[in-house]
Design a binder for this molecule. Structure first.
Ligand SMILES: [Zn+2]
Length: 330
């Protein structure tokens, strides 16, 4: 067998960060190994590629472990959950997953047809031209190739205390980027394992779509405040480098979304819009299909938050969802 090159760094005593390759974002996802003698617990697992799984196996033996005991997954996006079916179940690790992520797995990665149709309708009613809606609704198929699902051994609600390696971490339910996204927090050393919730450079995609919760942006902003209030000493994100200023980062992310809410209010003040029109005005034409769909979902999350706050009017029919200024601001 070839020797696998791995980048393994100790981020806290007995906790190791492994950087795995992914074909999007900044090209790397960080997963964490919590060592405990000849067993290791894993937070997130990268995509289901031979290269990525070999790196996890190499890292497992490098920290002195013979087997992976628990696999805790922050959310079921391919770069965090992809290899779950290779590492968990059938004599492998026990998979821990928030229960709001569990129902997303089959429609997304196994029985795609229903979701592809549902997304197609959702794109059309939100103003996406028919030709593009066809291509965009099919983009889900490519992602499913990177994922091998597994059944969870434990479904989390949030607020559980988990043994990870020789440490105890609390599950923090932080919805927004995904309905059952979780962070792990260790109060003793004030360590926050943030998943995609709080990233040092990127603003994670917050989208309204058929599988999201109904008001993901408000949930996300509330979760940022909750995590910052712990005053963590060190934040370990899933993308980018560890950082220290949680309050500053949370404030910057919140300000970014508040600005975007104001921008969208202004766009819609010009007259009734579909979400697609708003997305095009905000971000212009994007080449990448995946980015286009994310832009629509992001615009919708903000529009929905504005409707919830009473700053916009949301109108629905079987064929269209439209957004209109409040009469007072028209
Ligand atoms: Zn993600």
């Amino acid at each position: 067998m070839n020797v696998v090159e791995i980048a393994l760094g100790e981020v806290a005593e007995g906790v190791f960060e492994l950087r795995l390759p992914i074909p999007f974002e900044d090209g790397l996802v960080n997963v964490f190994l919590f060592a405990d003698g000849d067993e290791v617990d894993l937070l997130d697992c990268g995509m289901n590629s031979a290269e990525s799984v070999a790196a996890i196996r190499a890292a497992t033996s490098k920290v002195g472990a013979k087997r992976i005991r628990r696999l805790v997954v922050t959310h079921i996006h391919p770069d965090h959950y992809g290899a779950a079916g290779t590492l968990a179940g059938d004599g492998g690790a026990d998979l821990y997953l928030h229960r709001l992520e569990v129902p997303l797995v089959n429609p997304r990665y196994v029985e795609l047809e229903h979701l592809v149709r549902e997304v197609h309708t959702y794109l059309l009613v939100n103003g996406v031209p028919a030709e593009e809606a066809e291509v965009l609704s099919n983009s889900q198929r490519a992602l499913s190739q990177l994922v091998k699902p597994a059944d969870p051994a434990v479904q989390l609600d949030g607020a559980e205390l988990l043994n990870m390696g020789r440490r105890e971490l609390r599950v923090e339910w932080t919805p927004g980027h995904s309905p059952g996204h979780i962070c792990l927090y260790e109060s003793e050393d004030k360590l926050l394992f943030a998943g995609d919730h709080m990233l040092p450079e990127l603003s994670p995609n917050i989208g309204l779509h058929p599988q999201s919760t109904p008001d993901p942006l408000h949930e996300y902003l509330e979760g940022l405040e909750r995590m910052a209030a712990y005053g963590p000493r060190k934040i370990m994100p899933a993308h980018g480098r560890p950082f220290h200023d949680a309050a500053g980062r949370a404030a910057a992310l919140i300000a970014h979304h508040r600005r975007r809410l104001d921008q969208i209010t202004e766009i819609v003040a010009g007259g009734e819009h579909s979400a697609w029109q708003v997305a095009l005005e905000l971000w212009g034409e994007r080449k990448n299909l995946y980015e286009k769909r994310l832009a629509l979902q992001e615009a919708l999350a903000h529009l929905q938050a504005l409707a919830v706050e009473g700053r916009l009017v949301k109108l629905v029919s079987p064929s269209a969802v439209r957004w209109r200024p409040q009469p007072s601001t028209a």
